[in-house]
Design a binder for this molecule. Structure first.
Ligand code: UD1
Ligand code: CA
Length: 456
């Protein structure tokens, strides 16, 4: 196998997106489109990638980092002109070069590998990846000879009425013999309907030079979807989302109705986990095996261990250990760590806190900036008062402490092991191990108050 290289076209602005974000940076299932492209290209054994950047060059570089080298296209004069910008980095090399657009996020490594393999097997100078579409409007058309050989590609705007009837289109993805490509590119002109230097013109030029030009028709044309506007973006998200969910199902994850579930590209899920409807799993999230993720749960950038049960809750940048239960209607804000078998129940919010094994907080509580030991019981309505209007403070609670309902723990305080906090207490001082802290006005009963009330 000769050396495989790739040129990724990503210099366009994407005017039809109507966005301040450059087109190729729009995310599909959590990853910028161009990153999907680079990943698929890398996985098809390409050794060297050059990305053509122009609009949003700095941002594209930041996203891709050293996954690619870069060539700047200052002015967008067409796809042919774009590829030509890679000449300095690639032109003298021997091997096969894939050209692909940064706005086609659905191509799989399998398809690109097939394209390379067919091109290499035939010893072709150019192989076009084509698709058959019911509605080919807007695409470049594949013009074939009577012997079915590819003659050339005609852009929609340059096509005759007759050519516009052709259903076979150029997906914008090609493999070229590298030197034949750059030799032909030097001869491309901009004498066409759009006044652009078309990459597609190299097909005819390579042919005229005696080169062998082939085509590979895609089995699943949806893979070639080019995202030019928000409608296509939502379509790409839908297709990618289905693909991701299918892969999880094949790997042993159960879904009630996968069409309602959104899982981003880099999320991992263990087998025998059940995902209910309306679940969103985003960013760098990992879910263990045999978990239950209840309806309408949203989990972002979090690590969930095995056998965790989450119902209707929101979890952000947090870690949940094995066997814990969360929800319904709980909110774990960033930097929450729940130990093994912890229970966080209805309307409990946790932030920047660690909660030790077996500790339970069942209802209506705020745990912010606290370190809780193991086996603690936190009564309903407890609040860790962590903020004085200017600064945040931390508190600590020892193992097996019992916090009565509606307590205010005014940070910073330390509550000892097996200490008791009476219901309704406001704790402003440390509580020693095994002590009971009460801080409330003693109850007094006024007799016969009903009569006094009537006489008022
Ligand atoms: C192109 C093809 C067309 C094909 C279609 C498939 C040409 C002339 N036409 O048309 O045959 O059917 O893709 O989607 O190649 N770009 C640059 N610099 C430029 C121009 C474009 O980097 O000067 C980049 C764009 O950012 C984009 C890609 O090249 O990622 C394709 O450009 P676009 O203008 O979308 O081409 P189409 O008109 O869709
Ligand atoms: Ca396009």
């Amino acid at each position: 196998m000769s050396k495989r290289m790739a040129v990724v076209l990503a210099a366009g602005k994407g005017t039809r997106m109507k966005s301040s974000l450059y087109k190729v940076l729009h995310p599909v299932c959590g990853l910028p489109m161009v990153e999907h492209v680079i990943r698929a290209v890398k996985a098809s054994q390409v050794e060297e990638i050059v990305t053509i950047i122009g609009h949003g060059a700095q941002q594209v570089k930041e996203v891709l980092g050293d996954a690619s080298r870069y060539a700047m296209q200052e002015e967008q004069l067409g796809t042919g002109h774009a590829v030509l910008q890679a000449a300095e980095l690639l032109a003298d090399q021997e091997g096969q070069t894939l050209v692909i657009c940064g706005d086609t996020p659905l191509f799989t490594a399998e398809t690109l590998s097939e394209l390379f393999a067919q091109h290499e097997a035939r010893g072709a100078q150019a192989t076009v990846l084509t698709a058959i579409l019911a509605d080919a409007t807007g695409y470049g058309r594949i013009v074939r000879s009577a012997q079915d050989d590819v003659e050339r590609i005609v852009e929609h705007k340059d096509a005759t009425e007759e050519q516009r009837q052709i259903k076979e289109i150029n997906t914008g993805t090609f493999v070229f013999d590298n030197q034949a490509l750059f030799k032909a590119l030097a001869k491309v002109t901009n004498q066409n309907a759009q006044g652009e230097y078309y990459l597609t013109d190299v097909i005819e030029l390579i042919k005229a030079d005696g080169g062998l030009v082939g085509a590979h028709v895609m089995a699943d044309h949806l893979e070639s979807l080019g995202v030019n506007d928000r409608r296509a973006l939502s379509q790409a998200n839908q297709i990618m989302s289905r693909r991701i969910n299918q892969a999880h199902m094949v790997a042993g994850v159960s879904f009630m109705n996968p069409d309602t579930v959104y899982i981003e590209t880099d999320v991992t899920i263990g087998p025998d986990t059940v995902i209910e409807n309306g679940v969103l799993l985003k960013g760098k999230t990992s879910i263990g095996s045999s978990c239950y993720i209840g309806a309408n749960t949203e989990i972002v950038d979090s690590q969930i261990a095995d056998q965790v049960k989450i119902t209707q809750s929101v979890i952000e940048s947090s870690t949940v250990a094995e066997g814990a239960t969360v929800g319904p209607f709980a909110h774990l804000r960033p930097k929450s760590y729940l130990g093994k078998d912890v229970h966080i129940g209805n309307f409990v919010e946790v932030k920047n806190s660690t909660i030790g094994q077996g500790t339970k907080s069942g209802h209506l509580t705020y745990i912010g900036d606290a370190d809780l030991g193991e086996g603690i019981n936190i009564g309903c309505g407890t609040i860790f008062v962590n903020y004085d209007g200017k600064r945040k403070f931390r508190s600590k609670v020892g193992d097996q402490a019992f916090i009565g309902c509606n307590a205010n723990i005014v940070s910073p305080v330390e509550i000892g092991q097996r200490a008791f906090i009476a219901a309704g207490a406001t704790i402003t001082n440390d509580v020693p191990d095994e002590a009971l802290a009460i801080s409330r006005v003693e109850q007094s009963n006024i007799s016969n108050y009903w009569q006094k009330f009537l006489n008022k």
